[in-house]
Design a protein. Sequence first.
Length: 168
Amino acid sequence: MTGGWTSAATVGLAFTAGALVLLTVQQRRQHELRLRVEQHRVNLHLLSKAIDDPELAAVLSTVDLGGEPVEDRPRLRRQYLFSNALYTSILNAYFTGNVTWQELHGQLRVLCQSDPFRGYWEATRHHRESLDPLSAEARVGRMMDGLVRDLNEADTEEWWVVGEPPTP
């Protein structure tokens, strides 16, 4: 040996370094997924408490219900909070890799069949305006807007065939 690195040693070292980088990336991704799941769990717990208690619901819900009859506001607020819980649950399933883009589209299309959900979606339109337009959540929001529009304009009662999922 001439004192320099052999080709085999160089390749072995590069392979080991690459494997360590890949392992680090995988560990970071798993940690991020665990944090997302835990955040979702806390969010659902808070939503559940707010749905059960109108005084807490008034704190958590920022939707203006001023145009609704006073006696309907608590019911509508609970429906909107529950709609938010369903939407974020489906969104979280996509972000954690449990459903594909096409499956997300299908689940959201089903959710759009609910009039209270559609009301929630319209009432929270201004909330989505603050999202980074390049973010995954904004992209999903645009898909939802398209689904609602397609379903409103559909000439068929077969809602399950309305709307094509946009490319991710």
